[in-house]
Design a protein around this ligand. Sequence first.
Ligand code: FES
Length: 164
Amino acid sequence: MLYSDKVMDHFNNPRNVGVIDDADGVGEVGNPVCGDVMKITIKVENDVITDLKFQTLGCGAAIATSSIVTEMAKGMTIQDAVAVTKKQVAEELGGLPPAKMHCSVLATDGLKVAVDDYLKKNGREPIAGKILSEDPNFDPHGEEEEAPAAVTTAAAADACHLHE
Ligand code: FES
């Protein structure tokens, strides 16, 4: 079986699909090669993420990882949310095929961009890039060096440092 039961469950019954109209932060990311895109909207109270919704136009792994990330991040502080890695996401899903690991970057990056958008809207310093740069083990490309990392859209173009 290529995908775990949990991946198939989140693909067939994705959680938290949609858009929060009065979102406190918005993250939009896309993969320039495969063309898959993800938008995530978050509500934040006292730096805790209280609600998330996503829209992903992409492969099954991208949809499943987006779905599980919304479940993982609900109730997290924004500091913990930006530190979620694609490996943690894959583990939460019971694993992903190696060739699909890069798909989980969409979800984790979308969350980071949304958190930074929230901070910037409130006149605060973005933290996603800061946390990543302080983690010497962070590798946004993981094992799939040939795989493209997600890039942000114009809505959050200044967050591209996540992939440098
Ligand atoms: Fe594009 Fe999975 S193939 S995110």
